[in-house]
Design a protein around this ligand. Structure first.
Ligand code: GLN
Length: 188
């Protein structure tokens, strides 16, 4: 079982460290040819969604990855990764994969003071540390989307079929349970 980590921009190395600690095999996706490698799950890291979306298109990785997600490839999107997956963006006209039926607000906590830490319960996992960095939150979720966590009333974690998406950065704290949960999704 191998995880593909999108490694064109952002906090991919931190996800890889979590996978190392869990003893999980992974491959970095940096160029189109990397998509030919075998992998059973995909991590879309935090970073800058606009830049990531642009690079994915320029590198011809966008359509094949969208197709794999639509076919059921398990995917974990964190922060910018959540934005890439969202079907609607409240404050941005540019939709990326659009495979996750939620409406997301980018930089929802403000640009400068938008970084904070808290601990909150994630359904099926328990109370986990949550680091938010210029984070989005989910304004609304369509039917079929399971809300896994809320912070101050705002949705910050959801699961929809093969897609697990978070506003925060589990890879920046020590807790391995979210990544463990994702590896569980990959096992089916
Ligand atoms: N603000 C970033 C964006 O809109 C997301 C921030 C993050 O991934 N930490 O893409």
């Amino acid at each position: 079982m191998r995880v593909a980590v999108l490694a064109v921009q952002g906090a991919f190395a931190e996800h890889e460290q979590m996978l190392d600690r869990l003893g999980a095999d992974y491959v970095e996706l940096r160029k189109k040819e990397d998509l030919d490698r075998d992998f059973d799950g995909l991590i879309l890291p935090g970073g800058e969604s606009t830049v990531q979306g642009k690079l994915l298109r320029e590198l011809d990785m966008f359509d094949p990855l969208k197709g794999r997600i639509e076919e059921g490839l398990p995917v974990l999107g964190t922060c910018a990764g959540l934005i890439l997956l969202a079907r609607r963006l409240c404050n941005d006209g540019r939709i990326h994969f659009g495979t996750l039926p939620v409406a997301v607000k980018r930089n929802a906590y403000g640009r400068q003071l938008g970084s904070f830490y808290t601990r909150e319960k994630v359904k099926g996992v328990g109370v986990v540390p949550m680091t938010f960095i210029r984070a989005p939150y989910i304004e609304s979720a369509e039917e079929g989307v399971e809300v896994l966590s809320r912070v101050d009333g705002h949705i910050v974690a959801v699961r929809y079929q093969n897609q697990l998406a978070l506003s925060f950065h589990p890879e920046l704290d020590e807790d391995l349970r979210i990544h463990g949960c994702f590896l569980g999704m990959m096992k089916g």
